[in-house]
Ligand binder design. Structure first.
Ligand code: GDP
Length: 431
């Protein structure tokens, strides 16, 4: 989701204008003098376009003096955001601080928009026009307080911002599930077990518009589409030397799915092959349910062993949903549906930008990123850029070590959940 940074000296009506841009979606927390504002980034929506609005007033660059610090904020904004909105008080005209900001922004490679604020009536439009002198383009007269012309400004803003990549629009119909795992782990048995009781639903697939390699299965009063199951249902045993095809088929199924059930044989040690399948699911960004099959063969001792194997084996997916089942006896197979639902809810989840930044600024104040090369990287703000899978973008002033990113992910999950879904964290370091 594209980012608009709003810069300007204090009292020009920045916060009011930001609130105007946000509509009633998220209210900007009012400034308390002397207290660092903890929320600086918010979600905005205009003409069907989503974008993040960053109020740079929350940044505290280490420059001295008002003029220096506002100019420094403009500099960061210019290097971080996709477009910069400069707010100037038209009733006052261009001050030396405004000029300092304009000087910085004239070098910007990204669009810079100029809002001439406090144009509460027609007679002030001439004042707005005088701001052409700043040399950063056309001044758009607005009244943040009364909302005058703010719609026009928003039109200009969304036109200047790059298109947001669309959230993976999901096709209507049942959620798509892949059933994957190494040979003989019990995939066919499980599919037969869960579809056996629902033969009517499954048989109706043939000759309908549903791709015949998929199976529609009723689980827990919900219809699911198990993708690419032709081979499983017919129990086509692949000939020798076809491991390549088996792996290709696994990949195809995972790609076609929204959530993957990785079947593991609980009676045997976790294998390399199991981990390869898991890695494929995580890399594809799919929600994930681990189903420990053949639980009927698991005794007390094996259970203990398994726990220890998992501590080491599942370091990449500690967040995956887990169920213990037996495809043979049907034990706990009904627990599959709730696990699938949990994983998909997480996969679809979006944390509002304001909430995200409120949480993040507290976390970072308590545990700042480790110093690298004598410099303390700062995390300026974050936004959840996408869902399916949930993807966060952190805007920083320096590289964040992998360990620190994992720390953020862990804390993020503690705060917001996301059980059963991978979460991607991208870091955008300002140039
Ligand atoms: P696939 O290759 O993953 O499709 O595995 P299959 O469904 O063909 O199962 C492989 C073997 O494991 C068969 O002999 C099944 O009867 C057996 N099996 C599958 N699920 C279970 C289970 O929950 N418990 C036990 N004891 N055996 C199972």
């Amino acid at each position: 989701q594209p980012v608009l940074a709003v810069v300007g000296r204090p009292n020009v009506g920045k916060s009011t204008l930001v609130n105007r841009i946000l509509g009633r979606r998220e209210a900007v927390v009012q400034d308390t003098p002397g207290v660092t504002r903890d929320r600086i980034a918010y979600d905005a929506l205009w003409a069907g376009r989503r974008f993040t609005v960053v109020d740079t007033g929350g940044w505290e660059p280490d420059a001295t003096g008002l003029q220096g610090s506002v100019a420094a904020q403009a500099e960061i904004a210019m290097n971080t955001a996709d477009a910069v909105l400069v707010v100037v008080d038209a009733t006052v005209g261009a001050t030396t601080t405004d000029e300092a900001v304009a000087r910085v922004l004239r070098r910007s490679k990204r669009p810079v928009l100029l809002a001439a604020n406090k144009v509460d009536d027609e007679r002030l439009i001439a004042d707005a026009a005088s701001l052409w002198s700043l040399g950063i383009g056309e001044p758009y007269p607005v009244s943040a307080l009364h909302g005058r012309s703010s719609g026009d400004l928003l039109d200009v803003i969304v036109a200047a911002l790059p298109e947001a990549p669309r959230d993976g629009e999901r096709a209507a119909g049942p959620r798509r599930v892949a059933l994957v795992g190494k040979p003989n782990v019990g995939k066919s048995s499980l599919l037969n077990k869960i579809s056996g009781e629902q033969r009517a639903v499954v048989d109706s697939v043939a000759g309908t518009t549903v791709d015949p390699v998929d199976s529609l299965v009723e689980l827990d009063d919900q219809t699911w589409r198990f993708v690419d199951t032709a081979g499983l249902r017919k129990r086509v045993q692949t000939a020798s030397g076809t491991e390549y095809y088996a792996s290709l088929r696994t990949k195809t199924a995972i790609d076609a799915s929204e959530v993957s059930v990785v079947l593991l044989d609980a009676s045997e040690p976790l294998s390399e092959q199991d981990l390869r399948v898991l890695t494929m699911v995580v890399d594809a960004g799919r929600a994930c349910v681990l189903a420990f099959n053949k639980w009927d063969l698991v005794d007390e001792e094996r259970r203990y062993q398994l726990e220890r194997e998992l501590d080491r084996g599942l370091v990449r997916v500690p967040w995956a949903e887990r169920v213990n089942i037996s495809a043979l006896t049907g034990r706990s197979v009904r627990k599959l549906a709730p696990a699938l639902r949990t994983a998909l809810t997480s996969w679809d989840q979006r944390v509002p930008t304001g909430q995200l930044n409120g949480w993040l600024s507290e976390l970072i104040a308590a545990t700042p990123p480790p110093v690298r090369g004598g410099k303390q990287p700062k995390v300026l703000f974050a936004t959840q850029a996408g869902i399916r899978p949930p993807t966060l973008v952190l805007f920083t002033t320096g590289f964040l070590e992998a360990g620190y990113r994992r720390f953020i992910e862990r804390k993020f999950r503690e705060r917001f959940g996301f059980a059963g879904s991978p979460v991607r964290i991208n870091v955008r370091v300002r140039e």
